[in-house]
Design a protein around this ligand. Structure first.
Ligand code: A3P
Length: 330
């Protein structure tokens, strides 16, 4: 520590969750508002404390961070296929992504801690993973453990909020029964009003995105900020940026051999969606969700099929007002 520098704020490893504002209208989980974000209650009770006290970060760790329904599944697939291409060439018929859903290959640290039988067991389990570890989180940057922010490489993907909302609403209605909830009656209008108020899992969506975009601006070597829409438009270029950031850039020879195209193709929406494991499998991880639920349309602009122009204007205005002066826009 530098002379005169303030000591870092001590991190809470146990939380007074019961006293935090509660939101129960966003299926499938009860949410609590913590430091400006609506976080699943179980994540606050067990996930964040486990992440902070039992996770030992390594400088080689790569953490994939995303607001839910913003391209997490895709980013997991791309990062894994790129990082492990020496052991698993993307053109191979028995590539792990052809046998397992990306969420079963790259795990969410806080979700695993939240749902683990014991945090100690999971801590040891994570310790046993070989470097470089590829892990994921839905936590906002400001809520990640300080050592993770300081030490690890973080890749974040963000998505235009109206499309993230539409994707969330569709997903929740399909996935809620797996968590024991009933979201059949959750109308889009209800989801919209809650979302506009910042009330959804890890919301407000725009503050979450701002959190990572600012972290990326402050520390470009530590945080790579990707956008779902740009990935759709320029998948090769964005994949090459991702590879460079992970310190495993593609060589000229690899590009000539078509390895970049192979990764893009393997991880494309149509390829992943139509794999048997993603059509008929159920998550083996901690989320009891059908793999198929992670693949719906995979396009930009589907909000037009769900919102009136007035609704879109209302949400756009909320987002613009909240981001005013930040230098960031969607
Ligand atoms: P839609 O519901 O708009 O189709 P997440 O992975 O964060 O849960 O996000 C899910 C969204 O990403 C869904 O959006 C899903 O269809 C889309 N998606 C999943 N895999 C994709 C891929 N390989 N390429 C592009 N989009 C993908």
């Amino acid at each position: 520590q530098q002379q005169g520098a303030a000591a870092p704020e001590p991190e809470e490893t146990t939380m007074e969750v019961d006293s935090l504002p509660l939101e129960t209208r966003c299926p499938p989980f009860p949410l609590r508002q913590y430091k400006g974000f609506w976080i699943p209650e179980l994540t606050l009770r067990r996930g964040v404390p486990g992440f902070r006290s039992r996770f030992t970060p390594r400088p080689t760790d790569i953490i994939l961070a995303s607001f839910p329904k913003s391209g997490t599944t895709w980013l997991k697939a791309l990062a894994f296929a790129t990082l492990r291409r020496a052991a698993h060439p993307p053109s191979f018929a028995d590539h792990p992504l052809r046998r397992a859903n990306p969420h079963d290959i790259v795990r969410f640290v806080e979700t695993d801690f939240a749902r683990a039988e014991s945090a100690d067991e999971l801590g040891d389990d994570l310790e046993a993973l070989p470097s470089p570890r590829l892990l994921a989180t839905h936590l906002p940057h400001s809520l990640l453990p300080q050592r993770v922010r300081a030490m690890c490489k973080i890749v974040s993907v963000s998505r235009e909020p109206k499309d993230a909302l539409v994707s969330w609403w569709n997903f929740v209605r399909k996935a809620a029964p797996a968590f024991g909830g009933d979201a059949a009656a959750f109308t889009f209008e209800e989801a919209f009003d809650l979302f506009c108020d910042g009330r959804c899992v890890y919301g407000p969506a725009w503050m979450y995105t701002l959190d990572y975009s600012e972290a990326g601006r402050r520390r470009p070597g530590n945080v790579l900020f990707l956008r779902y829409e740009k990935m759709l438009l320029q998948p090769r270029d964005e994949l090459k940026r991702l590879a460079e950031f992970m310190e495993c850039g593609f060589s000229v020879k690899e590009e000539q051999r078509g390895v970049v195209d192979d990764v893009v193709e393997l991880c494309s929406f149509d390829k992943l969606k139509n794999m048997e494991v993603n059509r008929n499998g159920t998550g083996k991880g901690k989320l009891p969700v059908e793999n198929a639920d992670f693949f719906r349309k995979g396009v930009a602009g589907d909000w037009r099929n769900h919102m009136t122009p007035e609704m879109a204007q209302r949400l756009d205005k909320i987002v613009q007002d909240a981001l005013q002066g930040s230098g960031f826009s969607f």
